[in-house]
Design a protein around this ligand. Structure first.
Ligand code: AKG
Ligand code: FE2
Length: 364
């Protein structure tokens, strides 16, 4: 068993990747930004690569919904609205909030998730923060995790439609499937502070931006820079004053003093956007312009709780279930979309040899 775990965890040779990517990156600058702000970006894919990635994502959407994603004129506003509604109904268990779509399983997503480049940078950052032997003061290590190896949890994608004007033209239609993600964190403060978690340990969150969100109202990411440093104070207060409290690993933030500190983060297509789990974040209210695309990437350092999570993810997967983090206790293992295939037939998904290790598929 131990050797199987070792095999799974060290499948991609860190040493080989280190010499390949280290010299090309202004390493200290982006890591320092993370240490100071709790948020950083690193541009690692070209805009033409991102155009290809975006069209791959659109192909998946078209394949699953039979709707061709076309959200710019000359497509008529009526047609865009109708397509957005159908795609949302078919693919989003969050009712389109933030453009989050339940697409977890696809060779294209595996290709991105197991990108050696991204995996390399994530581990660099882990090791300079939570995994640093000199103990960077604002990043307390937990769970005896090995930050030199780990896994990637299945996660969703963002395909956020433009904000369509309401018929009155004076405002925007609140019921349309393009609402924002309200301020929140994806960790429960007291559990986190006491060195505990609900289901898995993900100290650093990440997504790959497929489109630019340079300007504020383009549907992009917003964050409260530097707030990881005072998390133990505001996080505890937040939880004790919240009417609803934590829903699994999630807690919404309505406190004005915290919300006011959440601001737009400028992001270019091809950036990996990385933030500490203690940073309050949101998406912008409006998305004026084109579609926003992103791929969420949840990397988990190697530790008991994460191996257990990956084991359950795999067990759930075999039963046609997928983990959704929104409510209580152990999270929700819901019937995964895409499980029922054409003609109601159950379809399975073939994992590519070579991605299984990082995905932890069948390892535990
Ligand atoms: O899409 C975004 O900008 C943020 C998504 C988010 O809140 C998350 O991944 O936890
Ligand atoms: Fe979040």
């Amino acid at each position: 068993m131990a050797s199987m775990v070792m095999f799974c965890a060290t499948a991609i040779s860190y040493i080989a990747l280190r010499s390949r990517y280290r010299r090309r990156v202004p390493r200290s600058e982006w890591i320092q930004r993370f240490i100071d702000d709790g948020v950083t970006t690193l541009n690692i894919f070209t805009s033409s690569e991102c155009e290809t990635f975006m069209s791959e994502l659109e192909k998946i959407i078209e394949h699953r919904t039979s709707i061709k994603p076309e959200f710019t004129p000359p497509t008529s506003l009526e047609k865009m609205k109708q397509s957005a509604k159908t795609i949302t109904d078919m693919l989003s268990s969050t009712n389109g909030t933030g453009g989050v779509m339940d697409i977890h399983l696809d060779p294209f997503l595996d290709f991105i998730r197991t990108s050696p480049k991204i995996w390399f940078y994530i581990r660099e950052l882990w090791k300079e923060t939570y995994g640093c032997s000199e103990n960077v003061v604002d990043f307390p290590p937990k769970f005896n995790a090995d930050f030199d190896s780990g896994y990637v949890k299945l996660d969703r994608v963002c395909y956020r439609f433009p904000t369509f004007p309401s018929p009155s033209k004076k405002s925007f239609n609140k019921s349309q499937p393009t609402r924002c993600l309200l301020p929140h964190i994806d960790t429960c403060p007291t559990l986190n502070i006491n060195g505990n978690v609900e289901s898995f340990y993900r100290p650093i969150q990440c997504f790959l931006a497929l489109t630019d969100t340079i300007l504020k109202d383009k549907g992009g990411f917003e964050a409260g820079l530097g707030m990881h440093k005072s998390f133990n104070i505001w996080g505890t207060k937040l939880e004790s004053s919240s009417k609803i409290g934590c829903a699994g690993n999630y807690i919404g933030i309505r406190e004005k003093v915290i919300c006011e500190k959440i601001n737009h983060v400028t992001i270019k297509a091809g950036d990996i956007v990385i933030w500490d789990e203690r940073i309050p974040h949101a998406t912008s209210k409006l998305n004026l312009g084109g579609v926003r695309g992103a791929i969420y990437l949840s990397y988990l350092p190697d530790c008991d709780i994460n191996r257990e999570f990956k084991r359950r993810e795999w067990e759930g997967w075999k039963e046609g279930k997928i983990w959704y983090g929104e409510t209580g206790g152990d999270g929700v293992w819901a019937e995964r979309k895409g499980w029922v295939g054409e003609g109601g037939r159950k379809v399975d998904y073939e994992w590519e040899v070579g991605v299984k290790e990082l995905l932890g598929v069948g390892c535990f």
